[in-house]
Design a binder for this molecule. Structure first.
Ligand SMILES: C[S@@+](CC[C@H](N)C(=O)[O-])C[C@H]1O[C@@H](n2cnc3c(N)ncnc32)[C@H](O)[C@@H]1O
Length: 433
């Protein structure tokens, strides 16, 4: 067993669903031992490469667990200022971990950082004190070995004592084993060393350096990667995006070394996707990139692509007009009704071109209205009639036996991605043929 801590992105449910799909493709069994919006403790059956964080859109950090102990000990140490408990934690660090020995320093003073991820309410309030406690403890252990050290502080206005992934990258803390993640839930506290972090610059490059961009409709590369992963796409797959736009999803599929096919009604989009995919192939040294982009209307999809030729569909169809204001209920409903035919055709045609047992991952609009309601599209009946079954992305197999409240997770049918800046949110569905 190999135990890790995974720090999810802001949309933690989407991150968890992506993780489950990603390791299903890799045929690597795992169990979630603890989860919250702050962190997941994941037990893998074999060691995983930390660098695979680059293939995940929704994971911010991966750390290797060094040790764990009961949160009650931490509570006694911090809340009750109990000396015995403080010493107990110190001894756990020295006796059961190599964190102090593994700290690598090229300078006179060893530099390290401590980040606290806490799902326990009472302790969360005093996370800064916990960070100082662990920082001082590690400093003391280093000093006992004759090493001078300095630990990274935070500005006072920082809400939580957590280093950002950018800080970890800039301070080269992966190379020096220099960031410690303390993950705390109501029962257990885990101590880990960060082994990889999300590299925002790479994703940004694919977003803003690609030759042809379209600001309003294009999907951010991180979300595009999540959709690709949710579709169970692997290197042998043929991935289709029937509403490819400027090719954001196709790009992520190609980076996954899959064969990708894009379709769009707009001839400008076809040229744009082609140029972007060529750019990606050159910039990411993709040997023999396999992509095809075809102009066409969704209603003719199965005429352009053979029946049962496709292994995965990942797409974002039309989400309606760009909204300047929060819509009223009737206006939001009108938008949804207008899109109904397009989505019916999309599901019908996708069913034809998809192979059996394969997935169709797609977005429908999620419209928050002035009354506070969310108007969404009901696709269940259409999908069922065609023969699709809904995939519940957080199924029970991924949760360890000790977790309570997991039933709530099994029942989650779709995932939403709602951003305060945008009036139109996304609802993400996974269907299987
Ligand atoms: C939301 S955008 C997709 C954005 C894309 N994911 C990207 O990152 O650029 C929807 C796309 O669907 C295309 N589209 C709209 N109606 C279509 C139809 N009937 N058949 C095929 N494509 C269509 C539009 O041209 C548009 O590029």
């Amino acid at each position: 067993m190999y135990t890790t801590v995974v720090i999810p992105g802001k949309n933690w449910l989407l991150s968890l669903a992506e993780l489950a799909a990603f390791f299903e493709v890799k045929k690597c069994k795992f169990q979630i031992e603890s989860f919250s919006k702050e962190f997941f403790i994941v037990q893998f059956e074999k060691k995983i490469k930390p660098s695979l964080i680059d293939d995940l859109g929704g994971v911010i950090k991966i750390g290797e667990i060094n040790t764990s102990f009961q949160t009650d000990v931490l509570k006694r140490a911090i809340l009750d200022k109990d000396k015995t408990s403080k010493n107990e934690i110190g001894n756990i660090i020295s006796d059961t971990t190599r964190i102090v020995d593994d700290l690598i320093s090229s300078e006179k003073k060893t530099f390290f950082g401590v980040s606290i991820y806490c799902s326990e309410k009472r302790l969360r309030k005093i996370a800064k004190a916990i960070q100082r406690f662990f920082g001082s403890l590690i400093k003391k252990k280093l000093s006992e070995q004759g090493k001078k050290s300095r630990f990274m502080g935070f500005s006072k206005d920082r809400r939580l004592p957590q280093l950002s992934h950018v800080e970890v990258l800039k301070k080269r803390l992966i190379e020096s084993n220099g960031e410690f993640i303390i993950s705390i839930d109501g029962h257990q506290t885990w101590l880990s060393t960060t082994k990889s972090v999300h590299n925002p610059f790479e994703f940004q490059k694919r977003d803003i350096e690609k030759p042809i961009q379209r600001k309003i409709f294009a999907m951010p590369p991180r979300l595009a990667r999540i959709l690709v992963n949710l579709s169970l796409c692997d290197q042998k797959s043929i991935l289709l995006d029937p509403f490819c736009g400027v090719g954001s999803i196709l790009q992520e599929g190609l980076l996954n070394r899959s064969k990708v096919i894009g379709v769009d009604i707009n001839p400008w989009c076809i040229k744009a996707s082609e140029r972007n995919l060529e750019w990606l192939s050159n910039n990411y040294q993709i040997d023999k990139p396999d992509f095809r982009v075809i102009q066409g209307d969704i209603q003719e999809l199965s005429k352009k692509i053979g029946y049962e030729e496709i292994d995965c569909v990942a797409t974002e169809p039309d989400l309606g007009p760009a909204l300047r204001q929060v819509p009223t209920d009737p206006y939001a409903q009108k938008i949804i009704n207008k899109l109904d035919r397009l989505y019916s055709l999309f599901l019908q045609e996708s069913y034809k071109v998809l192979k059996k047992n394969c997935r169709c991952v797609f977005v429908t609009p999620y419209l928050k209205t002035r009354s506070g309601k969310a108007i969404t599209m009901n696709i269940d009946e259409k999908a069922k009639k065609l023969g699709f079954t809904r995939v519940f992305p957080l199924n029970k197999e991924i949760f360890g036996k000790t977790i309570i409240k997991k039933e709530e997770m099994w029942k989650i049918a779709s995932l939403t991605d709602v951003n305060k800046r945008h009036k139109t949110g996304r609802e993400i569905h996974i269907l299987q043929k």
